[in-house]
Design a protein around this ligand. Structure first.
Ligand code: NAP
Ligand code: MG
Length: 479
């Protein structure tokens, strides 16, 4: 695998200054390889290659052929599912079952967008007599993509599937903490025949390669997934060149439980939506809001289930893996220490498996019994397996509480009353609502994105194709 290289204009090469970065396995803390440390010069070369591809072979390729290439890549991913699963689990520390699901999802993005490439079309508009108006739907041009470490393979599929289907030529800066699967997927893309320059990958450091990409004047759009802080920097930088941004940022997503819900089903789903990827999911359900009348009973059942959770190395395939890095481990443990100091009661804690290696970055899954509404555990994204329980009085209070953070990504609502389901769905200010279920990161077909500090723009589904393309109005005076 070409892990030590950047991929520009169809060829693998060393970064312009030959530097590399060490890759570490979170399960053990041990070095597993190196990646290229891409530079601003590499980004310039990558954007130039993408522009050339957009104006050349790639830009002129009929949509049906673009779609065929995407579908072929989807199949190639499935053909390499075992290898990619092992690589993703090793690099991110995520349990094998989840890694396998991620690889299948990456394949599914290319299948979905492969099928969609030739089904995206414009419209006509009735206008004055003697006129014909057409709305063409065109690619943006060259799109930049900066992705995080939590779902490298899925993010590759989500960003590039939609951007390439829309006819754009792309440049991606994956995350330095985890990007081995992205490099392997890029090799597969080259193998199935994507033309030179359609896909360019420059691994490296955010403040170097990432900053150079977001500041590049020859981009037509930038999509970013990661922290709100870096999202702000990206948006400000891109504004200097009037480059539009799609931002997928954090979340503090609520799961709201009413007394008439199927409580057993709710508990299983609530626990799953928290521990998925060890809580390192922007759409993780990290607040459980429970109606006061059932609070104690529900919490007792949730506590019982929570105590069974285990964290351990990816190959043991437990509920949780390690978190991504030493820094992230310290950050999550910092939340736990402050909560203890503030006297917030731990309702339940999962276990760290006895076989978890000493050097790995483990934290115990933790459930808090009653988190005050203004505490950081009720407001801030922890990005670890930490669940905050909070009581509410009635429906109006539930909606107020659900909307009381800076975020607005997704929400889960547990009730069997149809009218209440609809009132809640309309009341919460989030981009996705699940009724009697939860889909953290799920659903390739389902438009996804935020309100408020969770970002703006929509990815996934056909909405992403609209985001990554642009309309042009053509007015013909035919007399
Ligand atoms: P991050 O710093 O926002 O990183 C996301 C991506 O942006 C990475 O590729 C990163 O590169 C790049 N980047 C960093 N600084 C940049 C800059 N100045 N200009 C351009 N690109 C830049 O996220 P993180 O460090 O991985 O995690 C920090 C926190 O963000 C987490 O604790 C969590 O709360 C949140 N987070 C949210 C999501 C989400 O899906 N919403 C995902 C990941 C993290 P490097 O890899 O080199 O830093
Ligand atoms: Mg790693």
């Amino acid at each position: 695998m070409k892990a030590e290289s950047v991929f520009i204009d169809g060829s693998w090469r060393k970064s312009s200054n030959g530097q590399t970065l060490d890759m570490v396995a979170p399960s053990t803390g041990e070095k597993i390889g190196v990646i290229a440390r891409g530079t601003a010069e590499d980004i310039n070369a990558a954007v130039a290659a993408a522009r050339k591809a957009f104006e050349g072979v790639w830009g002129q390729m009929p949509a049906v052929e673009r779609g065929r290439l995407l579908s072929k890549l989807g199949q190639a991913i499935l053909d390499h599912e075992d290898e990619l699963t092992d690589l993703e689990a090793l690099d991110t520390g995520k349990p094998l079952k989840l890694a396998r699901g991620d690889i299948k999802a990456a394949a599914r993005y290319f299948e979905y967008y492969g099928g969609a490439a030739d089904k995206l079309h414009g419209e006509t508009i009735p206008f004055l007599s003697g006129y014909q108006v057409m709305i063409l739907r065109e690619p943006r041009g060259v799109t930049g993509h900066i992705i995080p470490w939590n779902y490298p393979a899925q993010m590759f599929g989500r960003a590039l599937g939609a951007a390439l289907a829309g006819g754009n030529a792309t440049v991606m800066k994956p995350a330095e903490e985890a990007c081995l699967s992205v490099i392997r997927l890029t090799e597969l893309a080259a193998d199935v025949g994507f033309p030179e320059g359609a896909i360019n990958i420059v691994p490296g450091v955010g403040e170097e390669a990432g900053a150079a990409l977001s500041a590049h004047p020859d981009l037509d759009l930038i999509s970013f997934t990661g922290s709100p802080e870096v999202g702000t920097i990206i948006q400000k930088t891109a504004a200097d060149n009037h480059v539009p941004c799609v931002l997928e940022l954090g979340g503090k997503s609520p799961q709201i439980v009413f007394p008439d819900a199927d409580q057993e089903k709710a508990i299983e789903s609530i626990v799953g939506a928290l521990v998925q990827n060890t809580g390192q999911t922007c759409s993780a359900g990290t607040r459980v809001l429970i109606e006061r009348s059932i609070y104690d009973d529900f919490m007792n059942a949730l506590t019982k289930r929570f105590k069974q959770l285990q964290a351990g190395p990816h190959d043991l395939d437990l509920n949780c893996g390690p978190v991504i890095s030493k820094a992230q481990q310290e950050r999550v443990l910092g939340f736990l220490e402050r909560a203890e100091k503030d006297g917030i009661e731990v309702a339940a804690q999962g276990k760290i498996h006895e076989k978890a290696p000493e050097g790995g970055y483990y934290v115990p899954p933790t459930l808090y019994r009653v988190v005050p509404r203004d505490h950081e555990l009720a407001k801030e994204e922890v990005f670890g397996p930490v669940l905050s329980a909070i009581p509410f009085d009635d429906e109006a209070d539930a909606i107020r509480l659900a909307n009381s953070t800076d975020y607005g990504l997704i929400a889960g609502i547990w009730t069997n009353s149809g009218a209440r389901q609809m009132r809640l769905a309309k009341g919460v200010r989030v981009g996705q609502v699940y009724i009697n279920g939860y889909g953290a990161g799920g659903g390739i077909e389902l438009p996804f994105g935020g309100f408020k500090k969770s970002g703006h723009g929509r990815e996934k589904g056909f909405e992403a194709l609209k985001e990554f393309t642009v309309t042009k109005t053509v007015v013909i005076n035919h007399g």
